[in-house]
Write a protein of this length. Structure first.
Length: 151
């Protein structure tokens, strides 16, 4: 199953599949990883703690082995570097996830932002933008931030 997923991801990146042909299993992990990476890279550099947190979050959500998670992060990093906006990722999430799942993603974005011990204004801004694009209410945006805060 993992090999099939990775092959389909590779085909998607190489233009071998149209977005309509790619299944939900192919698009959601990539979109999730890309949005989490956007937070990590928004403060100029992806910190090792942020990257470890991203991999941990992806492992907890998707049934993939560690090497597949690393491949997913690498593929998402490539996609993020070539993306012109966030819409291509948020559209996938909006089309396929429930409101509760979108709130979980926003919370995970906050967890990535908190991973290095400092919330940069750019991180706050990107999470706020994504929450808006995902139609997550301001109240739930704030709730996610509070819940993600380390104890």
């Amino acid at each position: 199953m993992i090999d099939r997923l990775l092959n389909r991801l590779e085909n998607l990146f190489d233009g071998g599949l149209s977005s309509q042909e790619a299944s939900r299993d192919d698009q959601i992990p990539l979109a999730t990883a890309a949005l989490l990476l956007e937070v990590a890279r928004s403060d100029t550099a992806i910190d090792a703690d942020e990257l470890a947190r991203i991999e941990s979050l992806l492992t907890s959500v998707f049934p993939l082995q560690a090497d597949a998670i690393q491949d997913l992060v690498t593929a998402a990093r490539t996609e993020v570097e070539h993306a012109t906006d966030l819409f291509q990722f948020t559209q996938i999430v909006n089309d396929r996830l429930s409101y509760k799942e979108k709130m979980l993603l926003v919370r995970q974005m906050w967890e990535v932002a908190y991973a290095d011990g400092n919330i940069a204004s750019y991180e706050d801004h990107i999470i706020r933008r994504v929450a808006g694009l995902l139609h997550v209410s301001h109240e739930d945006f704030i709730r996610a931030k509070i819940e993600a805060r380390p104890a």
